[in-house]
Design a binder for this molecule. Sequence first.
Ligand SMILES: *Cc1c(COP(=O)(O)O)cnc(C)c1O
Length: 350
Amino acid sequence: MEKFDLYKLVRDNVALLQPYSSARDEFKTEGKEMIFLDANENPFNSGLNRYPDPQQSKLKQRLSQKKDIGTDKILLGNGSDEVLDLIFRAFCEPGMDNIISLPPTYGMYKVLADINNIENREVLLNHDFEPDVTAILNQVNPRTKLIFLCSPNNPSANSFEKEKILEILNNFKGIVVIDEAYIDFSEEKSWISELKNYPNLIVTQTFSKALGMAGIRLGILYASSEIIQILNKIKPPYNVNQLTQDKAEEILDSFDSIKSRVTEIVSERKVLSKALLQVEFITKIYKSDANFLLIEVDDANRRYDQLLKKGIVVRNRSKQPLCKNCLRMTVGTKEENSRLINALKELNND
Ligand SMILES: *Cc1c(COP(=O)(O)O)cnc(C)c1O
């Protein structure tokens, strides 16, 4: 097996480009009182009149401690959406390269491939919602740059087997992106600890789910410092705004209360899936490693509409491959979940 060569994967224009150098990049204050006349900002203090730190150093310091990884191996963006898009733009040549995704999975991989004019080679998960490694490796050609693995997977809720992921990491010479948006709801270990062994690995996480901060839009990407340097060249200089940086630091300082909420969601998930067993038209409840449940019902469209009439919005996934008659429901608060259960039981006789 040939050695992994990151620089062979980078688009030529990205390898050659000189990144925009912002005023705040070029000048470091080193704690002194300075007069800033370099960035054409408004001088009157509103608390937000200055551009934010383009490298989000303070926030990365805190994350670095929490996750036990160097700040040089972290990239932050405006949601996972942005960090995933940056991966496409760094490595995939429009109209030429391809990526592999594994439906049923998160819809953004395909959307980002379409936006960037990159062929999306879809290899279905098997009937246990696990990657079909042989079929995946058969789809790889010299223009295959990325493979997206979502684990725990949305919408199937399971984590992929470690062995399967390792087989892909060991046999694919492009980049493997593991999307861990739901990792904190699972008992599996994060792949972050494997970054040192796999130069072709990128792990993404988010503030949107377990950290309860979907509104601030903050996505995290962990990878080798070489990959981070390449992505840093093409990211918009001020992609994480000041309000988001401040709020995120605050959240990381109250980690204990975050953790107890995650524990509560996981225990509610267990209560909910047990209660659903009593609903006759639910034919399957898939095992979940996330903050949602995928269930199979007798008639997904009908049940979806009935729930809507009762004021409950779930996600109808029945058009996704392998998800015939499946609904996806987020684990809510105790009160929300018991309302959901009551509504479903009322429908039992319909
Ligand atoms: C919710 C979710 C995300 C989060 O995206 P953000 O842009 O960070 O809010 C990422 N990946 C998957 C699979 C998700 O379901």
